[in-house]
Design a protein around this ligand. Structure first.
Ligand code: ASP
Ligand code: MG
Length: 405
């Protein structure tokens, strides 16, 4: 007998038929003698609609009320699943975040879970009742409903699995696992049977949308036995695990891309101590996350500084940079939002030389210009013009031997 957490995303609970299918997948685990907690998203599209209502109501809305609105989607699905399970003779009840309770900090609309009280759920699970928990929501120190940021029900599930000390956390979604890259762009993409926490974390934060980044951070921290699988097909998914648990390691195991990028270049910046702080300080204060940065060699005391930031933050960044123009002392500003970041990821890079070089030469052979480069121990990212996304992904996928055989 095992204790497991099953999480179902929006497409898996999109309508009554899909929720009936979820009830069957839960029943399977119950019949196998397992203790089960289920975490659900809202029906697909519902949260988007709720967000749109808030935006329609006011341009600058109160984040506490936003949470009151957008957390409702999950309450519908948990109630419905509990009813369906009961009608199949399986004891079940729904739990809103505040009922568990799932305590979060007070950062409304993007709260972090600080603690989950598990006593009630554990004793009910031990008595054979399925706990159906609303994902994406919790309760803040102010006693009000909070939400965890878009895609947050993944994090709810992993946090619950960690708190319950579950044997498994199965994330059911509309894809059947984690792929080497986006199969919609690269038809030769392959499903990875296993991927390390570190690689999954990079893939999630570099643009792969299969899991919320925070959920992977949490799985890595608490060593949660995580599996990504399909609720549409009964086939093995991808196991997210420790490096030691992977026998056949690839040097590069995945290629991610993100279109959510914009590039800013400041020309003729004075090259003296403190300049970077003068520029990046005000951006940080405005919650603008600068990602890749390059500074060119200086000519006669002046230099060019190029950096990237989230595309949606570009207008705000330009506003901030305009205000600090005189103090920062740059001559000219150019920007582009038609760029994409392509990243190769693999723990094998730690021990292999020439991995980055292969990326650069592969892109060069296709005539693709690299605008900015950044690296870490297990990834290399390049910024290129958006129009070359497909070409770059396919060429790199082949170059690193990832194509399906
Ligand atoms: N329903 C929420 C969203 O769409 C949470 C989730 O699905 O993970 O962002
Ligand atoms: Mg999701």
């Amino acid at each position: 007998m095992a204790r497991i957490v099953q999480k179902f995303g929006g497409t898996s609970v999109a309508n009554m038929d899909r929720i009936r299918n979820v009830a069957c997948l839960v029943k399977k685990e119950v019949d196998a003698g397992n203790q089960v907690a289920v975490v659900l998203s809202a029906m697909s599209g519902v949260t988007n609609q709720l967000v749109a209502y808030c935006q329609d109501a006011a341009q600058l809305y109160d984040p506490c009320e936003y949470d009151a609105v957008v957390s409702t989607g999950e309450q519908v699905t948990v109630g419905l699943l509990a009813i369906l399970l009961q009608s199949m003779g399986i004891p079940a009840r729904s739990w809103a975040g505040w009922q568990v309770p799932i305590h979060t900090d007070d950062a409304h609309s993007r709260a972090r879970i600080v603690n989950i009280e598990t006593d009630q759920i554990l004793s009910r699970m031990a008595a054979g009742e399925v706990s159906v928990v609303a994902g994406f929501q919790g309760i803040g120190p102010d006693g009000r409903v909070t939400t965890l940021g878009r895609g947050g029900s993944d994090t709810s599930a992993v946090a619950l699995a960690a708190a319950l000390d579950a044997d498994r956390c199965d994330i059911y979604t509309d894809v059947d696992g984690v792929y080497t890259t986006d199969p919609r762009i690269v038809p030769k993409a392959r499903k990875l049977p296993r991927v390390t926490y570190e690689e999954m974390l990079e893939m999630a934060s570099l643009g792969a949308k299969v899991l919320q980044t925070r959920s992977v951070e949490m799985a890595m921290k608490y060593r949660v036995n995580l599996q990504v699988r399909s609720s549409f097909e009964d086939i093995p998914g991808t196991l997210v695990c420790d490096e030691e648990d992977i026998v056949e390691k690839e040097v590069v195991s995945g290629i991610a891309y993100s279109r959510d990028e914009a590039k800013v270049t400041l020309q003729g910046v004075k090259d003296h101590p403190g300049v970077a702080a003068t520029i990046f300080g005000p951006l940080a204060e405005n919650n603008i996350n600068v990602d890749m940065i390059v500074q060119n060699v200086s000519e006669q005391g002046h230099t060019d500084l190029t950096f990237t930031l989230p595309r949606t933050d570009l207008p705000r960044a330009l506003d901030v940079l305009e205000k600090i123009r005189t103090v920062a002392g740059y001559r000219n500003l150019t920007h582009s939002d038609t760029v994409v970041k392509v990243s190769i990821i693999g723990v094998g890079m730690r021990t292999h030389a020439g991995v980055a070089q292969k990326m650069f030469s592969t892109l060069a052979e296709r005539g693709i210009n690299i605008l900015v480069i950044s690296t870490s121990e297990i990834k290399v990212s390049v910024l290129i013009e958006e129009e070359y996304t497909e070409l770059a992904l396919r060429a790199l996928h082949t170059a690193y031997g990832l194509d399906v055989h």
